[in-house]
Design a protein around this ligand. Structure first.
Ligand SMILES: Cc1cc2nc3c(=O)[nH]c(=O)nc-3n(C[C@H](O)[C@H](O)[C@H](O)COP(=O)(O)O)c2cc1C
Length: 163
């Protein structure tokens, strides 16, 4: 028999384990763990990430209107939880974790080299219905390691062990 529980928050599960990376006006890179995210449109291709305004990454995304969603694979747990618990306010997480990155091709943000999939995003609008500001963004480019592509050039999700 089902029981009604007290805690109503975060009742949709599982949430994805994503890393959102961004850059400020001074060229400083930062990244955080994000679970509030979704596909929101097929045509045009659009996604959404929810960021709490207190996060250091928030002002970067707000100012630049650009970010990259990196999908980490298994084996990246240590880095993922570090990015999700320490703040760029206090330290350069890229330096501490020795993260390798390359510049996005379409947006001004870093792509994490260790993550097999990177999605370049440009904010089109945002809404703040509650704790998180929801940034809706067009998908400007999707990059995936060649070994995870199928014969048609699409991502074969079964080949990737996502974190
Ligand atoms: C599994 C997990 C999921 C998280 N999801 C979100 C999220 O969706 N939105 C958010 O703003 N913070 C989320 N966080 C918290 C941030 O990643 C965390 O506060 C981080 O230290 C912020 O970094 P920053 O201050 O450098 O931006 C999550 C943390 C973890 C561990």
């Amino acid at each position: 028999m089902k029981k009604t529980i007290e805690n109503k928050a975060c009742c949709i599960a599982p949430t994805p384990n994503l890393i959102v990376s961004c850059r400020d006006r001074e060229g400083r890179n930062n990244a955080l763990a994000v679970g509030f995210a979704s596909n929101v449109s097929i045509e045009p291709a659009m996604v959404m990430v929810g960021i709490v305004p207190e996060r250091f990454s928030y002002h970067m995304i707000k100012e630049s209107g650009e970010f990259i969603i990196n999908l980490p694979a298994k084996g990246f747990e240590k880095e993922y939880y570090y990015l999700g618990s320490k703040s760029g306010k206090d330290e350069d997480k890229f330096e501490v974790l020795h993260l390798e990155w390359t510049d996005g091709e379409k947006v001004n943000a870093p792509m994490l080299s260790a993550c097999p999939v990177a999605i370049e995003c440009r904010v089109t609008t945002s809404l703040q219905p509650g704790s998180h500001e929801l940034f809706f963004a067009s998908v400007e480019a999707v990059h995936c390691e060649e070994e995870y592509l199928d014969n048609d050039g699409n991502i074969d999700w079964a080949k990737i062990s996502l974190l």
